[in-house]
Design a binder for this molecule. Sequence first.
Ligand code: ACO
Length: 283
Amino acid sequence: MNETSPKIDRAEEDTVAYDVIDGIAWVKFNRPEKRNCMSPKLNRQMLRVLDELEYRDDVGVLVLTGEGTAWSAGMDLKEYFRENEAKGLGATRAAQREAYGWWRRLRWYQKPTIAMINGWCFGGGYGPLFGCDLAFAAEEAQFGLSEINWGILPGGGATKVAVELLPFRKAMYHAMMGENIDGKTAADWGLVNEALPLADLQARVTEVAKVLLGKNPVALKATKDAVRRVGVMAYDEAEDYLIRAQEAANSYDNEGRKEGIKQFIDDKTYKPGLGAYDKSKKA
Ligand code: ACO
């Protein structure tokens, strides 16, 4: 913002925007004038919005994106760090709980989630980036662990995200050098699923979201949790967990998979190797 631009004092409820269209909740970091950096207000509002959307029947997929030129420029260095430090340790811990709280909520969200990275993505932004199940970036987007550039380590989970998603040497280089990578490199490194030109980003994310909307939602939740859980388990534990998780899923939907088998084996109306069964037809 230059000197002639008006200073915006955004109300807490305006720090996040959302729209639900055809089963997809489009949620936006909404502080474009601050490059969508995460202030305590934004963190509180984001948790409210996630709460509001999670169990709505008209929401099948949640997309997290940013208004303006940024996805998120990480934590708000003034309102999250400096102002809370000035208030004391209790305020810092409270602000951490708010931020980490909604990222954790996202990691275990009931609905499938997609990060649509339209622009800058720094530091603390890696928390919600990892929180989303899938991630699609604009080739023009820029990703960076810039913490080292202003004198801290990549905290708030960012180091963990780098190590989870990147090979060791790339994680170490990324964290130590404070250099940015573009969306294409982020896709090559495995930080996101795909990168494509900004102009095509929303159409691709819509396409992916529509595929997810066609799948059995109970199976999707069981699947996304399983992918996150088994990584830290030994093989035998994972095998056992997956049996239990499927049996638990059956207590929510005991008919879906039977219908899926029936439409293939008996009705011959689809092939599971080529797409999903028609979940509108109940057994
Ligand atoms: N914290 C606080 N304010 C921020 C942040 C942030 N993370 N990012 C941007 N802003 C503010 C700027 O201070 C500026 O405010 P002003 O208009 O009151 O002066 C406004 O947002 C616009 O920012 P510019 O720097 O003017 O925007 P530009 O498009 O030129 O640059 C960029 C964008 C590269 C993202 C730059 O803003 C930047 O480097 N931001 C910080 C990125 C960062 O390192 N974040 C912290 C990561 S570490 C962590 O999250 C723990």
